[in-house]
Design a protein around this ligand. Structure first.
Ligand code: AMP
Ligand code: MG
Length: 276
């Protein structure tokens, strides 16, 4: 199997990747591992926030039912909501359509110290837009380069970018759609469009393969997440986030310490304590 990390342009064939994979991890080990990684991510986010030097952008893409919502719910469990925004990108409004395709996403990119999660993203403009011919090919084809440049700009401005493709099989999608019909708590998620979109499965897989292959860069890598098993999907994403963020921890801690010292010194100099 080729690497699940796409950090330089290459041809991607999604059929090379098994959505059922768990990399040898057993389900019964998952809970303990997940708790450990959640605690790690929580600590990293605190440091990110306190240091205020970098930001983190997490892009979630995948077919309907791939688990974008579930990932946000489970993976971000321990993350402090004060330091994290979730943005959902739906069918563009007339105002959004009257601008360039990056306009709406650029307004939602994370500020220093913050984390942002994109539930769908600018990639829809080379996915659904391509599959349904919403703009001519010359227009969407140009967008891969535009996206790479845009993400380069963000990375240049200290945004650490993770792009996760939640990879499920066509059969798994069918099971999940049917399960929604049987579960009163999940039925609200049903939409006729999901079954209609499913007819374009192969076109979407091809569009995804191109998006991943053309927009996998070292400053904004794509990760192909085996997502048929929800517990492994969550684990894989937590592992990926915490592993890469670990390289910043020392720097962020040093920054926090330095800022703490400065504040204390300023406090002493100002002599603001009163007598009572
Ligand atoms: P959901 O994520 O199920 O709430 O659905 C959101 C819908 O918005 C999906 O069907 C997306 O394909 C669609 N969507 C998101 N971005 C765009 C876009 N730029 N152009 C057209 N449709 C979009
Ligand atoms: Mg949907």
């Amino acid at each position: 199997m080729p690497s699940r990390i796409i950090d330089s342009p290459r041809n991607v064939d999604l059929s090379d990747y098994d959505p059922d994979d768990t990399d040898g991890v057993k389900h019964k080990e998952a809970d303990a591992l997940q708790a450990k990684l959640e605690a790690k991510l929580q600590r990293q986010q605190e440091l990110l926030y306190g240091a205020g030097k970098q930001s983190v952008l997490v892009v979630l893409q995948g077919m309907d039912t791939a688990g974008k919502d579930g990932t946000i719910k489970h993976v971000m469990n321990g993350v402090n909501p004060a330091g994290c925004h979730v943005w959902n990108f739906k069918v563009p409004t007339p105002e959004e359509l009257a601008h360039d395709f990056l306009w709406r996403v650029h307004q939602r990119t994370p500020a220093n110290g913050m984390m942002a999660i994109f539930n769908r993203s600018h990639y829809e403009d080379v996915l659904v837009v391509r599959v349904h011919n919403l703009v001519p090919k010359e227009v969407w084809h140009e967008r891969y380069d535009l996206i790479n440049n845009f993400e380069h700009l963000l990375a240049h401005n200290n945004t650490i970018i993770f792009k996760f493709f939640l990879h499920i099989s066509k059969d798994e999608q069918r099971q999940r759609l049917l399960a929604r019909e049987d579960d009163a708590d999940k039925a609200w998620k049903l939409s006729v469009a999901d079954w209609q979109e499913r007819k374009y499965w192969d076109d979407y897989q091809a569009a995804y393969a191109d998006a991943l292959g053309k927009c996998g860069t070292h400053w904004a890598p794509w990760y192909i997440v085996p997502a048929n098993k929800k517990w492994y999907r969550n684990l894989f994403i937590l592992q990926t986030l915490t592993e890469r963020l670990a390289s910043f921890e020392k720097d962020w801690s040093a920054e926090l310490e330095e800022r703490g010292k400065q504040e204390l010194a300023a406090l002493h100099a100002a002599n603001v304590h009163d007598e009572t």
